[in-house]
Design a protein around this ligand. Sequence first.
Ligand code: NAD
Length: 257
Amino acid sequence: MVDYEHSPVTVDGKRAIVVGGTSGIGQAIALGFAAEGADVIATSRDESKVAETAAAIEGRGVETARVTCDVTDPESLERVRETAVDEFGGIDIVVASQGAISRATVQDISDEEWDFVTDVALDGVRRVTQTFAPAMAEGGSIVNISSLSARLSMANLPAYTAAKGGVEAFTRASAKELAPDVRVNAIAPGFVITPQNAETYADGTEKRARIDERTPLGRVAERDEIVGAAIYLGSDAASFVTGEIVTVDGGFADSAF
Ligand SMILES: NC(=O)c1ccc[n+]([C@@H]2O[C@H](COP(=O)([O-])OP(=O)(O)OC[C@H]3O[C@@H](n4cnc5c(N)ncnc54)[C@H](O)[C@@H]3O)[C@@H](O)[C@H]2O)c1
């Protein structure tokens, strides 16, 4: 029998970076980590959002630092790494939650639009891993935010779908290479309300009704409902979990009707 003094499902005392951590799901994860007692840097391109999120992190009684980054710019990621090492003395958890989307069809999508989406969503994940993994402490954990789109096709999202499929394959590839020092997993959220899509998924819209009907749990997710999976994967409770995709979708993907 395992006799825990404390639950291992915690990120208390860990040092985390959340890329894309100043909005939506990433911000919820950054604030959830902080509430659990982790020091957290929440970074994105937006200086004012970085400052706003850092103030909210400090309000939870933990350390943070204000630093911007663009995942298409490796030097900016290096600045985040240096800041984390200088301020926190190391890195235990890295979450890649940056997002980019295009609604162009397979036939119409241009090279520029395809490259824009994949550069942020897929190459961005690769650059985040390449930048932070060498500085991570033994037992470190990388959590990439994928999407249900990686396994379920949706119309007018070819670049996003391909990028997320790539994120999941890259998650498994880097889990293999970075073991045993660093674990690498992904979370695949289903439909999650964030400021950007609040209108599309608003109660009463046709789209919302269709999602609610298809989802066994009967609704879309609040962004806070993705946080628990990130805490688990970042924590020592997941010490034997790597290369895994954790789906958080209210049962959508595995339900026929
Ligand atoms: N909202 C959903 O329903 C949903 C579902 C499945 C997966 N996801 C995924 O979750 C992640 C977060 O999405 P969200 O809905 O919270 O979106 P969001 O737009 O609220 O957050 C995205 C974050 O990424 C940052 N970002 C964008 N481009 C960047 C760049 N070049 N460099 C650094 N940061 C950059 C933004 O500033 C923002 O902080 C994305 O990977 C998205 O694909 C979202």
